[in-house]
Design a protein around this ligand. Structure first.
Ligand code: NAP
Length: 249
């Protein structure tokens, strides 16, 4: 039996374990996907001593922190400084190399590409973490100008704004809005992004990377104002399938 797993700190509501174990069962694959819940990464390589692990996913808060424990990175994870997939290589039974990949980029690209229109010239990305970097990487490849909204911005950060800067003018000039913060994510579903929603209109494409709940307040208000809306479910499935490809090449 092959072993796979997810590295993170709070994994009780994670999608990956159920997704992969269902896939293994439906496709008669002899494999098991387990959660590896750790407070920090200091002894993370100990998990490879117990058994041969053929692949790992990485989630909050380790996507950047794990990099210093890896032997190599693919070009995308190197550029965005975030890893969500690890391919372990072995010499016999002994771990010999850990390579990091970022499949959030692939997942977001697969999700967004059918919805992009020529008038999506500028995007406003809420949050500046690992997922934000993956989203920005994809959008820049479409020559879309990207600005960010953060809790922290210094005057030298020309394309990073603070939340109180988000006004009607800014929303009118950014027809693609992407939430990459955890605001509104289960169990904190009563939290919401506080922006002037009445400015949003049918030309806006509004994306929330959150998939639980399937419709956050952000998406609900955007939809009420006739925007096209997308939650993060398709990105999640696509990033997982890409990780599966990497572990099986
Ligand atoms: P992360 O690295 O921790 O980044 C989240 C960012 O959100 C932070 O950098 C921060 O930006 C902002 N933020 C955090 N807490 C906030 C708060 N209370 N109020 C306002 N802003 C806050 O996490 P991540 O890996 O990028 O993931 C972010 C979200 O995307 C999560 O909800 C995750 O589930 C989702 N995600 C979904 C998929 C998918 O496949 N659908 C894939 C990856 C991630 P500032 O410090 O600049 O304010």
């Amino acid at each position: 039996m092959r072993h796979f797993g997810l590295l993170g700190d709070k994994l009780s509501h994670s999608f990956s374990k159920d997704f992969f174990n269902k896939k293994f069962s439906e496709e008669n694959i002899s494999a098991l996907y387990s959660n590896y819940e750790l407070n920090d990464l200091t002894n993370f390589k100990d998990i490879f001593k117990e058994k041969i692990i053929s692949g790992l996913n990485v989630t909050i808060p380790f996507k950047s922190k794990v990099i210093k424990y890896l032997d190599s990175l693919d070009s995308i994870s190197q550029k965005i400084n975030a890893v969500n997939t690890i391919l372990p290589l072995y010499n016999g039974n002994k771990l010999s190399h850990l390579k990091g990949y970022n499949t959030d980029v692939f997942g977001f690209h697969q999700m967004i590409k059918p919805y992009l229109k020529p008038y999506h010239e500028r995007a406003l990305i809420f949050g500046t973490g690992g997922a934000s970097a993956a989203v920005a990487y994809v959008l820049k490849r479409y020559n879309i100008d990207v600005n960010f909204v953060s809790r922290f911005a210094s005057p030298s950060d020309e394309n990073i704004f603070i939340w109180s800067d988000v006004n009607n003018y800014m929303l009118n000039h950014h027809l693609l809005l992407v939430n990459t913060t955890p605001i509104g994510m289960f169990p904190n579903t009563s939290q919401f992004i506080d922006i002037p929603y009445h400015t949003i209109n049918k030309h806006h494409l509004v994306v929330d990377l959150i998939y639980n709940p399937s419709e956050t307040y952000f998406l609900k208000k955007a939809k009420e104002n006739n925007a096209q809306t997308l939650n993060g479910y398709s990105m999640l499935v696509n990033q997982a399938l890409k990780a599966w490809d990497i572990w099986n090449t």
